[in-house]
Write a protein that binds this ligand. Sequence first.
Ligand SMILES: Cc1cc2nc3c(=O)[nH]c(=O)nc-3n(C[C@H](O)[C@H](O)[C@H](O)COP(=O)(O)OP(=O)(O)OC[C@H]3O[C@@H](n4cnc5c(N)ncnc54)[C@H](O)[C@@H]3O)c2cc1C
Length: 237
Amino acid sequence: MTRSRPVRHRVPASVVDVVRLPEPFVRITLMLGGADGVRFDGPTRWVKLFVVDPDTGAQVGRAYTVRRQRSAEIDLDIVLHGNGPVARWAESPLLGEVVTVAGPRGGFTHPKPGTPYLLAGDESAAPAIASILDSLPVGHGKVTVVLEGGEHLLPPADPTMTSVCSLRRSEGMRKGTLITPALRALPKPSAGSVIWVAGEGGAVKQARMLFLNEWGLGRDEFSTKGYWKYGEPDHRE
Ligand SMILES: Cc1cc2nc3c(=O)[nH]c(=O)nc-3n(C[C@H](O)[C@H](O)[C@H](O)COP(=O)(O)OP(=O)(O)OC[C@H]3O[C@@H](n4cnc5c(N)ncnc54)[C@H](O)[C@@H]3O)c2cc1C
């Protein structure tokens, strides 16, 4: 998997639409100012969204995947987990409110046709996994998705090429708990597969340990990223 490094911009953006998706998501559409012709979307591309913390009035920034782009409009699918300033802001953004978007960041170039994919994560990674599925090249290999929440965000897929394992947490279960046991139950991916996992930092670490210690993969054979971490506001990995 080759990473790509897009040129970054920092632009004002106004809230033009807010749609409640099935829990726990809200889709916020932002109209970007002063970034004509810039592509913010692409597989796993993300931006830093800066908003005013509704509790303190301070400006805070957090990472969100660009789920889709239409001209100068981008959609962000935000988990309403209730514990952080951006999640709380996202509960009731005002139409016309101006925020700041910095990016795009991240992303990767799809590998050669025929390469299989193993993609896994919790609901915070569902928009990124959806962005990978949206951009799969013609002739791609089989795709296996292991997703703990947010499966309704995935685009329709050809079931002969894509299998989705939707994991349901029971009440009170820590997020990410089910991911590594589900991965362990799968056959080890063939050499050269795209292996991508994101979500809660502790759960992602467990997946990393599986890849290194049980599947015997090298660190350059998979990509893992803690998108957030229990007890750590603004977690960065
Ligand atoms: C590259 C990248 C792409 C991302 N894409 C998305 C995306 O498309 N949609 C999305 O919703 N998130 C996404 N995230 C995760 C998001 O940035 C974090 O969840 C972020 O912490 C949310 O900020 P906050 O202000 O709500 O909470 P913070 O102030 O960062 O954290 C406050 C508390 O909330 C907890 N917390 C944070 N996130 C969650 C969660 N999801 N569930 C439960 N508790 C949580 C933390 O443990 C902490 O205790 C992405 C992260 C990265 C790095």
